[in-house]
Design a protein around this ligand. Structure first.
Ligand code: PHB
Length: 554
């Protein structure tokens, strides 16, 4: 007979819990553990839900912009990051500390991270990663077991008997670390090793990870404390044994790590208190739609419950039930049941009348989505645009004096130009380039045009600088560029800029066609509104994704 293992008893599901909200969260967690994508049948297997339930849940999540349905696949969408963003905004630490953390990474030329305690584990709330071969790096929102990290030993220095008991229970129930999908499988360190490291962390006020995660990876962490003395997060520097031994990190980098932590503590002390924004209007787009528009498949109780998570962040660190009801526009009874469900699942913690989000909220999509790129965000929208217009749609960025294609959805029509991702064209002769040139400062534009020889590429290429400048002025006021037979005979294209949260044009999208397929007027009347609609969707996802992470182009 195999030895029986005591299974930790789960708290009973409260009678008021909203079952569809629980199912929706299960679906989001399985998708996150699978790195963002599962087929509907795999989702059915992973969640144990009936196929019809999986379909209704994913239809609802798709309507909210939290997943994308692509044939049989269900994929997490950047809109979901608004839940993790609400948590990150509510704790304020990333906003207050990230500049200092990034500066430290530059100064040390090593990766630097911020982590918070999450039960008996740690979760990353900021990563300033150096790109290096050899060691893996974790993503924002990744959960790691305390005993295999440097920050975990610091946090455990403050654990009471109940937390130690929970830690032992988890290790007994999950000896192989299946609950930590981002962790390479390795035997867990024995209990005595961890208790010794925790004791050392208590006396030294710092902790080491000497290759506990994987061979070669070393880390040193120090606590960052609130004015009252509580540890609010850990600041770590992460390196590789080819550059530093674990003890070497202490000798060489500890003073600078401590100085950065002290600066963060100062910032926390002097930061003006969060000003709770009078909370109204955080309502998600779906709430404006009628029941008929949403369709019979739409599970309103799931959407309402997730909206409760999104209501935090803008309204300050904690919210009362009344504030949640006001922020979401939900009836008090619905808001209350959602909060009870979310508390039961560990996403909301309650202290008296105040509710706050827990780091577990980051487990709803953040790790895979935090690594998304602008080209991945744009791709499905370009495909939809190409499908509707039956023409090719592309995304490009400015590289020196050229536009470079970074994403593209080609129509099935045969085009004379063979453009692929990576193709470069002179910016001055393309619609994609002109909207980006038009966004440069006068000095930048001057420098760009001084470097560029305006060569005739096709019969109608503009080759006079003053003419080009006049055209760029028009592009700037109109917000789009239309280029006709200037790059190649017979090629016509129209482009609009893609702007980041700060309003800078970071890329552009266009639709290109043979000049016989539409007149210039038809381009402006039929294509331009669709381009603008597409850019709105891309920008909405980009702005959500880049609120707390850096979104690379490709
Ligand atoms: C990380 O930021 O990747 C990190 C931090 C502390 C560790 C291990 C990894 O102990």
């Amino acid at each position: 007979m195999p030895p029986t293992r005591t299974i930790p008893s789960e708290p009973p599901v409260p009678a008021e819990a909203v079952a569809p909200l629980m199912r929706g969260i299960t679906v989001l967690r399985r998708l996150t553990d699978a790195d963002g994508t599962l087929s509907s049948s795999d989702l059915e297997r992973a969640t144990g839900l009936a196929r019809s339930t999986v379909d209704r849940v994913t239809t609802t999540l798709a309507r909210m912009g939290y997943v994308r349905l692509d044939g049989r696949d269900v994929t997490l969408a950047p809109g979901l990051m608004e839940l993790g963003n609400a948590y990150l905004a509510s704790i304020r630490l990333p906003v207050l500390f990230r500049e200092r953390a990034d500066a430290l990474a530059d100064e040390l030329d090593e990766s630097v991270s911020l982590a918070v305690p999450d039960g008996d584990g740690i979760r990353f709330i900021h990563q300033a990663t150096r790109r290096r071969a050899m060691s893996l790096s974790f993503r924002m929102g990744d959960l790691l077991p305390a005993e295999r990290t440097a920050p975990g030993a610091l946090f455990a220095a403050g654990w009471g008997p109940a937390q130690w008991a929970a830690w032992r229970e988890r290790r007994a129930a999950d000896p192989d670390g299946a609950r930590f999908p981002s962790l390479p499988p390795r035997p867990s360190p024995p209990e005595d090793d961890f208790t010794a490291r925790v004791a050392a962390a208590r006396t030294d006020g710092r902790a080491l990870d000497d290759q506990l995660i994987e061979a070669g990876l070393v880390a040193l962490a120090v606590p960052v404390r609130a004015p009252g003395g509580d540890v609010v997060c850990a600041l770590s520097v992460v390196s590789h044994t080819s550059r530093h031994t674990a003890e070497g990190l202490v000798d060489t980098l500890l003073p600078r790590l401590r100085a950065a932590a002290a600066a963060m503590e100062d910032r926390l002390r002097t930061a003006p208190p969060a000003r709770p924004v009078p909370a109204t209007g955080v309502l998600a787009s779906w709430t404006a739609a009628s029941k008929q528009e949403l369709g019979r498949e739409f599970i309103e109780s799931l959407a309402r419950g997730l909206t409760v998570l999104a209501a935090f962040g803008d309204g300050g660190e904690t919210l009362t039930l009344s504030a949640v009801a006001q922020a979401t526009g939900l009836p008090r009874a619905s808001a209350r049941r959602a909060l009870i469900t979310l508390e039961h699942l560990g996403y909301v913690a309650v202290d008296g009348r105040e509710h706050r989000l827990t780091p577990r909220v980051l487990g709803l999509g953040y790790p895979p989505l935090s690594r998304t790129t602008l080209s991945r965000i744009a791709q499905p929208h370009l495909a939809a645009l190409a499908g509707r217009t039956k023409e090719s749609a592309s995304l490009a960025v400015l590289v020196d004096d050229a536009v470079q294609y970074v994403a593209r959805s080609a129509s099935h029509r045969i085009m004379s130009v063979n453009i692929t991702v990576g193709t470069r064209f002179p910016a001055y002769a393309t619609s994609l380039g002109r909207v980006l040139l038009a966004d440069l400062t006068p000095a930048e534009l001057d420098a760009a045009l001084a470097r560029t020889e305006l060569r005739p590429l096709a019969p109608r290429t503009l080759t006079h600088r003053t003419e080009l400048e006049a055209v760029l002025d028009r592009v700037r006021t109109q917000g789009y560029a239309l280029v006709d037979k200037e790059l190649e005979e017979g090629l016509r294209s129209i482009a609009v800029p893609v702007r980041d949260r700060a309003g800078a044009a970071v890329a552009s999208i266009n639709v290109a066609m043979h000049s016989s397929s539409r007149t210039i007027e038809e381009c402006e009347d039929q294509i331009l509104p669709q381009l603008r609609d597409t850019v709105r969707k891309i920008e909405a996802e980009l702005h959500t994704a880049e609120r707390f992470t850096r979104v690379a182009v490709a």
